[in-house]
Design a protein around this ligand. Structure first.
Ligand SMILES: [Zn+2]
Ligand SMILES: [Zn+2]
Length: 147
């Protein structure tokens, strides 16, 4: 029986087609491992989770290492980080658009007459309606009174 199986298998195992298949599987395994290592490295980098360490783990343990990484990788997704970044940028833009004191750069309201932080004179009150006017305005735009 063994001899029969050997008779059938030996020509297959030593045939050029089988050798080629074996080499192709090795090549596939190498390419697959490289892709997996690269993917893990990039994913870990995106999440700020020791990319070189995880790439090495996947290189050594292959799918088992990758599975461990998938379980304990940081849960924050790229989309979440992007959303947070946009939020920060929006807040920065908001800060830029609100007026600041020209002397100390602290935020001030448009109708402040002096800066509450450094006491710099920012605006003057209209002599008639007492609204806040720019220091160089010669006439009040609200009540038309000359200053
Ligand atoms: Zn100030
Ligand atoms: Zn006025």
């Amino acid at each position: 029986m063994d001899a029969l199986v050997g008779d059938i298998l030996d020509p297959i195992l030593s045939s050029p087609a089988f050798q080629l298949l074996k080499q192709l599987s090795i090549l596939f395994f190498v390419v697959f491992t490289a892709a997996l290592v690269f993917w893990t490295w990039r994913d870990a980098q995106r999440r700020g989770a020791m990319p070189w360490f995880w790439a090495l783990v996947v290189l050594l343990f292959n799918l088992a290492g990758w599975a461990i990484y998938m379980v304990i990788r940081p849960p924050e997704l790229k989309e979440d980080a992007l959303e947070r970044e946009l939020e920060i940028r929006a807040r920065e833009a908001e800060l830029r658009h609100s007026p600041v004191c020209p002397a100390c750069q602290n935020p001030v309201e448009p109708d402040y007459l002096i800066c509450p932080t450094c006491m710099k004179k920012l605006k003057k009150p209209c002599i008639s309606c007492e609204r806040a006017l720019k220091l160089d305005w010669g006439v009040c735009p609200y009540c038309k009174t000359k200053q």
